[in-house]
Design a protein around this ligand. Sequence first.
Ligand SMILES: [Zn+2]
Ligand SMILES: [Zn+2]
Length: 168
Amino acid sequence: MKIRTNFVSNSSSSSFVCEVCGEAYGGWDATPEGANMCECVHDHVMCTQHLIDKFEDSIEHYIRSLPLEELRQLIIEEYGRFLGSSLEEIQQADNADTLIRILQKRMPYFYESSIPARFCPICKLESISDGMLLKFILRDHLQIERNVLEQMLRGQYKSSEEFWNRKS
Ligand SMILES: [Zn+2]
Ligand SMILES: [Zn+2]
């Protein structure tokens, strides 16, 4: 989570690309919310329509609907690493309002810019990028050194343009 600094910079153009379908949205002072895009706690950016379980309400609304212990669990699991010294308060709080107040104090924008991982199709591997698939092949399924592959590629193509323009 980047706590919006990535998204809202003064008078500058920003753009977001959905990591699931590739749709791009940009413009002067564009925000992911304006583009119907959102970001998960692990910085994946995507159209809200791809979220698991048709998660359409605000995070705050969702969070308020959880029973106390489930809420505490979610906060610790998903937001724990952002909470620092407040983590202890989270563990001790005895009602939902206190939990939410602590969360809001430490992460004022949590409900608009950090969707829990359980709703993110990328975190949950429902959507796998070409980059991840390639890394998987190279790292786990191909007993060949990366630099050998790079040499082969250079031997076959003269430029990246030639590579990408090849009809497959
Ligand atoms: Zn998309
Ligand atoms: Zn994610």
